[in-house]
Design a binder for this molecule. Structure first.
Ligand code: BDP
Length: 616
């Protein structure tokens, strides 16, 4: 699915800003048929939960309504008009005046509505969106909704991060010609000093057209051309997209008829390869070692609302610590984030929203579920179908991003349980079919170990989440270190694949200190990470370390959490905890606190970081 851009044949109008807002309990019946009172207004993009002081809104379970008026630019007569939502969490119904124009389920992928036949250039229409935040056993992520004795609905879910909802990404109204480029796929390769670009162009709304393509370098110089809907383009003396050194070309795709331009779309892309060979993860044929974090889209007040200021600042902090990558735990992030990663050379493990396919969490530390996770009445065939559809939407959206080097199909599924293989095998096949070029992984929960895991052989990279020294062997780093090493070696021995740590960390209250191994102190977080790093450095098959988490984040209520999950290396407002400085020491080979003391371009820092980063 192409993202929305202005081109010589396409225009875009942003619909971000303040929309009228109401709960379904106050909006009245069929709110799309008339104006919702402007008592409450909510910004788009933002989650709605933390905006208002009324707990009935924050804790609302079910539908809320967003509404605004939109004028179609008068110059758009004869054009196709498309409405595009970056995401609506978790399900949407979209009305233009009295007409239902789109329905979408899945809170982290985009969808469009073709409005060509229901709106007119120069005219205004009323746009109303029903947003449903409910999670059930047939949503991804899953959850369950119960009715309390007083009649209120209660939402439960199997992940700790807060179930923020709303229109958290940008909304756009776009024009395209009726005959238009509807999709582009590029797969790049390297042949000596040349780059190869295998491309496919899809068009819609046309009964006859030609396709011509140009590749422009970063100076706007045409470096290659081609014709036809599919083909291969060669770029001589190619500049590769590399981690830490991004280089993007533009693929200008033009639809023509009798030599006249009909539609034009520009796709930025990078030339790079990704491959798992033996126990190595190769980017452009070179071993790559992931340093970085699992992140969340989470900020005060906005919740999961996309925010360019936090985007820029977070990437500054990634660079400052020497992180070269992150995982989009536990759902696809806003497209702006991936575009930014493409432009700045940050590597991304792109994860689906399949977090919590694991009833073992209800069994506490035993991990024994009260009822089997993959039983038909829990997460069975229908859940799998929804998961498959989500995977299709994710790969359709992100397939052309050079920053995305691997798909993570799920976080902490019950891969130790019977039924996991039947559930995941078709999803792995589907992902390989949709994208044969990128390796696959999933993040393994602590109940799944090298002996009882039933699915790891289906995947390319072992990603392991572990909390030794935190949830188990709390405060005992010596035991944590030795148990961790024994287990990681067990995974390598059984599966013989590259292995990385996809989560490890400790909740940390900034300002709390101790000379002893005291959980929650800044020193304990630093020391726990150091213990893990010693283990990683002793295992030759290790290909990466992603700490949990980049920053503190909001969670649902629970006795394990004090104002959210505090495993951040940065606080929720992005202040460094002590561990940030020691990470910088490990990943950049630098100590110190001044941002000016080490830039990406500092050769000493880069060399040191490279040496550290590839040490295994
Ligand atoms: C892991 C989950 C992650 C949690 C983390 C924790 O993958 O989402 O936030 O535990 O408990 O199991 O901090």
């Amino acid at each position: 699915m192409l993202s929305t851009r202005t081109t010589p044949t396409r225009d875009v109008v942003s619909l971000d800003g303040l929309w009228r807002f109401a709960l379904d309990t106050t909006a009245g019946p069929e709110p799309w048929t008339s104006r919702i009172p402007a008592t409450l207004e909510a910004p788009v993009p933002a989650s709605y939960n933390d905006l208002f002081v009324d707990p009935a809104i924050r804790d609302h379970v079910g539908v809320v309504w967003y509404q605004r008026e939109v004028r179609v630019p008068r110059g758009w007569a004869g054009e196709r008009v498309v409405l595009r939502f970056g995401s609506v969490t978790h399900a949407a119904q979209v009305y233009v005046d009295d007409t239902l124009v789109a329905e979408h389920v899945g809170g982290y992928t985009p969808f469009e509505a073709d409005l060509t036949d229901v709106v007119a250039a120069g005219q205004e229409f009323r746009l109303t969106v029903a947003v449903d935040n409910r999670l059930t056993n047939i949503t991804i992520p899953p959850g369950s909704v119960d009715t309390l004795p007083d009649g209120r609905l209660k939402q439960s879910y199997f992940h700790d991060f807060y179930n923020y909802a709303g229109i958290a990404r940008s909304v756009k109204l776009a024009s395209t010609p009726r005959a238009h480029v509807s999709d582009i796929t590029v797969v790049t390769g390297i042949d000596g000093t040349s780059g190869t670009v295998d491309y496919t162009v899809e068009a819609a709304g046309t009964d006859g057209h030609d396709v011509r393509l140009r590749v422009l370098d970063e100076d706007g110089v045409t470096v290659a051309t081609a014709e036809g809907e599919t083909g291969s383009i060669r770029i001589d003396d190619v500049r590769l997209w590399q981690p830490g050194a991004a280089y993007l070309y533009d693929l200008v795709v033009e639809l023509t008829r009798d030599g006249e331009l009909v539609d034009s779309y520009t796709l930025p892309f990078g030339v790079r390869t990704v491959e798992v060979r033996g126990t190595q993860f190769l980017i452009n044929g070179e071993p790559f070692y992931f340093t970085g974090f699992g992140k969340h889209e989470d900020t005060p007040v906005r919740g999961k609302g996309h925010d360019d200021a936090y985007l820029v600042h977070d990437f500054q902090l990634l660079d400052w610590t020497g992180a070269n990558s992150f995982r989009t735990s536990h759902y696809p992030y806003a497209e702006e984030v991936l575009d930014f990663a493409d432009r700045h050379g940050i590597v991304v493990v792109d994860e689906t929203a399949a977090v919590g396919l694991n009833l073992g969490v209800q069994g506490g530390l035993t991990g024994i579920p009260p009822t089997p996770t993959f039983a038909e009445e829990n997460f069975g065939g229908e859940t799998k179908n929804v998961h498959a559809q989500h995977l299709r939407e994710l790969i359709a959206r992100d397939k052309n991003h050079p920053s995305v080097v691997m798909w993570s199909i799920a976080n902490e599924p019950a891969s130790n349980e019977e039924g996991a293989r039947g559930y995941f095998e078709p999803l792995v096949d589907l992902a390989r079919d949709l994208d044969p070029t990128r390796p696959l992984t999933y993040a393994a929960v602590m109940f799944a170990n090298p002996t009882n895991d039933t699915i790891a052989d289906l995947f390319d990279v072992l990603s392991i989440n572990r909390y030794y020294g935190w949830y188990v062997f709390t405060g005992d780093l010596a035991t944590a270190e030795s148990v961790l090493e024994q287990e990681l070696r067990g995974w390598v021995q059984r599966f013989g694949k590259p292995i990385m740590m996809s989560e490890y960390g400790a909740d940390t209250q900034p300002g709390l200190h101790s000379v002893w191994d005291m959980p929650w102190t800044e020193e304990y977080q630093t020391d726990l990470l150091a213990a893990y790093h010693r283990v990683f450095d002793r295992i030759p098959e290790f290909v990466g370390e992603h700490i949990w988490n980049f920053a503190d984040f909001m969670t649902g209520p629970g006795i394990h959490r004090v104002d959210g999950n505090k495993k951040g290396v940065f606080t929720r407002d992005r202040k460094p905890k002590g561990a940030a400085f020691s990470l910088r020491g490990r990943w950049r080979g630098l100590e110190g606190r001044k941002p000016g003391s080490a830039h990406a371009g500092d050769p000493a820092a880069t060399d040191a970081a490279a040496t550290e980063g590839t040490a295994s």
